[in-house]
Write a protein that binds this ligand. Structure first.
Ligand SMILES: Nc1ncnc2c1ncn2[C@@H]1O[C@H](COP(=O)(O)OP(=O)(O)OP(=O)(O)O)[C@@H](O)[C@H]1O
Ligand SMILES: [Mg+2]
Length: 228
C-alpha cells in the first residue's frame, strides 16, 4: 500500500530529517513510529500525506508517487487519508457535528448521506450525544474523539496520527487507543508516531524506530525500546 524508496529529506535550513528511508507498509498494518525527539518521525509521516515533499526518492501510495504528484492533485490524495494531530485542530466556530461534516461537505455529498455518515462515526467514537456542542465545551479526550471521527468519516484506507495521545492523561489515552484498534480491526491501515511506551509495549503492533532520519529497527510486535 505504501512504499518508500531511498527517501531523503533536507529542510531549507540544512537539517537532514530523512536520510535514505526504505520501507513497505501493507494494507491493514498497524505501525507505531517511535524514536527520540528530533529523530524524524513527524517528517516521515508528513511525507505520506504530502505535507512535506521528499528532496529525493519515491513515495508510492497505492501506486501514486507522492514525490512527483502535482500540487493540484494533493486535495484528492488527502481525501483518501485521515490525519489526526496531537493538538486536535478542530474548527472552534463549528460544533462537533459540523466539524465532522465539514470533510464531507467539501466533496458535495447529499445532506442525507452526510447526516448518516456523521452520526455513524460520532457513535463509533461515543459522542453522538454531544453533536451540538462546541470544541471549547469538550475535554481533551472528547476533542480527540471528534478529530478521529473527522479523520475517518470519508472511510479512508489509511489513518496517520502524530502523537494522538500526547496531550491526554493515561486513562483517556487508553480510550483513544481502543478507538484506533476498532478502526484497524475494520481493515484500515494505522500509522502512529508516539512517545507512549506503555501503550506500545501493551497493545503490540509493528514498531518502526527512527533515529537520525533512518529506520534503525522494524519489528512486528516489537517494544518501545527507548528510555525517553
Ligand atoms: N519545517 C522544518 N524546517 C526545518 N527543520 C525542520 C522542520 N521540521 C522539522 N525539522 C527538523 O528536522 C528534524 C526532525 O524533526 P521531526 O519533527 O521530524 O522530529 P520528530 O521525531 O517528530 O520529533 P518529536 O518527537 O519532537 O516530535 C529536527 O531536527 C527538526 O528540527
Ligand atoms: Mg514529531
Amino acid at each position: 500500500m505504501i512504499e518508500m524508496i531511498n527517501v531523503y529529506k533536507k529542510y531549507p535550513n540544512g537539517i537532514v530529517a530523512a536520510n535514505g528511508i526504505d520501507v513497505k507498509i501493507e494494507q491493514g498494518d498497524f505501525v507505531y513510529v517511535v524514536g527520540p525527539s528530533g529523530a524524524g518521525k513527524s517528517t516521515f509521516i508528513k511525507m505520506m500525506y504530502r505535507e512535506e515533499r521528499p528532496t529525493s526518492g519515491d513515495i508510492l501510495i497505492n501506486g501514486t508517487n507522492l514525490a512527483s504528484l502535482k500540487n493540484s492533485k494533493v486535495p484528492y490524495l488527502r481525501r483518501q487519508i485521515g490525519v489526526v494531530f496531537q493538538d486536535f485542530k478542530l474548527l472552534p466556530r463549528l460544533n462537533v457535528y459540523e466539524n465532522v461534516a465539514f470533510a464531507l461537505e467539501v466533496i458535495e455529498e447529499t445532506p442525507k448521506v452526510i447526516r448518516k455518515k456523521v452520526m455513524d462515526v460520532l457513535e463509533l467514537v461515543g459522542l453522538k450525544h454531544k453533536a451540538r456542542m462546541f470544541p471549547t465545551e469538550l475535554s481533551g479526550g472528547e476533542q480527540q474523539r471528534v478529530s478521529i471521527a473527522r479523520s475517518i468519516v470519508n472511510t479512508p484506507q489509511l489513518v496517520i496520527a502524530d502523537e494522538p495521545t500526547g496531550n491526554l492523561d493515561p486513562e483517556t489515552s487508553w480510550e483513544i487507543m481502543n478507538i484506533f484498534e476498532e478502526i484497524n480491526a475494520r481493515g484500515t491501515t494505522i500509522i502512529m508516531a508516539t512517545h507512549n511506551r506503555e501503550i506500545v509495549n501493551t497493545i503490540r503492533h509493528r514498531v518502526i524506530a527512527v533515529e537520525g532520519g533512518l529506520i534503525t529497527r522494524d519489528e512486528y510486535g516489537g517494544e518501545y525500546g527507548y528510555e525517553g
